[in-house]
Design a protein around this ligand. Structure first.
Ligand code: MRU
Length: 360
């Protein structure tokens, strides 16, 4: 994977994932915040590895990146017939779907591209390749528009001077651009509101202190990092006006799957009477599954017991390292989506906006 360094622009417009001719360019998030480096992805295998290693991460970003991985398979294919080409794309789709199980956007992105080619009334492999590439470019542009729309809708909930606590990184780095939870903050800032952000560091991968704080600082938005263990403290002492987090999946029964730690933040927010909002684009809404059907990714114990390769925990002790948790609908004051604010009770109101099944 070729890499190149660059000066950081602002995160109001910067693209985390972009299609460039016959390859995909990603910001390598494993190197942040110390190095700002782009990496080029040229095959579905490279894309699968980038998603697994969290070079690219965040639900909407991996949705678009995975679809682009399928498009790379199409472009690299030497298939002579439509069927052979579809087989090559299906193989890539299967590989990419096996990378991370929780964020529904990954499956949404891959299914969307496959649906597009199956429904295309063309036979030539060149035409299918070009349809595939146009669709992923469209997905990239749509993601930016969706986040801006979501940001505007969420902005209505923000009062000037608010301090918002978030979790993990639901920012530009978790999407193609602009962000979801941080998109709401950006929309408020663009309207001239002063907003401060409290950023839990988000152990063990530190997406809060490494990525969210980096983005906000680059954009001149005031923020403070706290240890994850200080969430109760900041709420009890009146530092937090609102919580806004992202989502990896919202199930049809109104449960929100998001970065580990989100559930305990929601419980504490309720205890202290602080509104708890989720920001999620339509691609994160899964009207086909209930919460018990979702697989929560478990990651390597090394993420917990080692820092930069060095062991920091007692040896020989087993580790549980779930990457996500589920927050029940009764703790959620609203879900900010690109099609509107889903108010309480979210499990009932979700249906009004997203119907029974379809998530395309
Ligand atoms: O494991 P990650 O870093 O991919 O997890 C990301 C999150 O949990 C985000 O909060 C979520 O994807 C929403 S991003 C807009």
């Amino acid at each position: 994977m070729p890499r190149y360094a660059s000066a950081v622009e602002n995160f109001f417009t910067l693209r985390t994932v972009s299609w460039k001719g016959d390859r995909v360019v990603l910001i390598d998030q494993t190197k942040l915040p110390n190095r700002f480096v782009f990496t080029e992805i040229r095959s579905p295998e490279e894309m699968a590895s980038a998603i697994k290693k969290m070079v690219v991460r965040g639900a909407p970003a991996i949705g678009v990146a995975a679809a682009m991985g399928v498009a790379l398979a199409a472009l690299r294919s030497s298939a002579k017939s439509k069927q052979e080409l579809l087989n090559d794309m299906e193989k890539a789709a299967l590989l990419l779907k096996s990378t991370r199980p929780t964020a529904v956007n990954l499956f949404w992105g891959i299914d969307r591209i496959m649906k597009k080619v199956y429904s295309a009334k063309v036979e030539s492999t060149d035409e299918i390749k070009s349809i595939t590439v146009s669709e992923v470019k469209k997905m990239e542009e749509e993601d930016v528009k969706v986040n801006r729309r979501l940001g505007k809708i969420g902005n209505a909930l923000i009062n000037p001077g608010d301090t918002v606590l978030t979790q993990c990184n639901a920012g530009a780095l978790a999407t193609v651009s602009y962000g979801t939870a941080l998109g709401v903050i950006r929309a408020a800032v663009e309207e001239g509101k002063v907003v401060k952000v409290i950023v839990p560091e988000t152990r063990p991968q530190l997406q809060g202190s490494r990525l969210t704080a980096f983005e906000l600082r680059k954009d001149g938005i005031e923020c403070r990092i706290i240890p994850d263990t200080a969430v109760g403290y900041v709420m009890q002492n009146g530092y937090v006006d609102k919580v806004i987090v992202g989502a990896d999946r919202v199930t049809r029964d109104g449960f929100v799957f998001n970065k580990i730690g989100t559930y305990q933040i929601a419980v504490l927010a309720r205890k202290h009477g602080i509104p708890f909002y989720v920001a999620a684009p339509h691609s994160s809404v899964d009207m086909e599954h209930d919460n018990e059907q979702v697989i929560i990714e478990e990651r390597s114990p090394d993420e917990v017991v080692r820092i930069r390769g060095r062991r920091i925990a007692a040896s020989g002790v087993p580790v549980l390292n779930p990457a996500f948790d589920r927050t029940p609908p009764e703790l959620i004051d609203g879900i900010i989506t690109d099609v509107g604010l889903i108010e309480k009770p979210v499990e009932l109101n979700l249906r009004k906006y997203f119907g029974g099944k379809d998530r395309s």
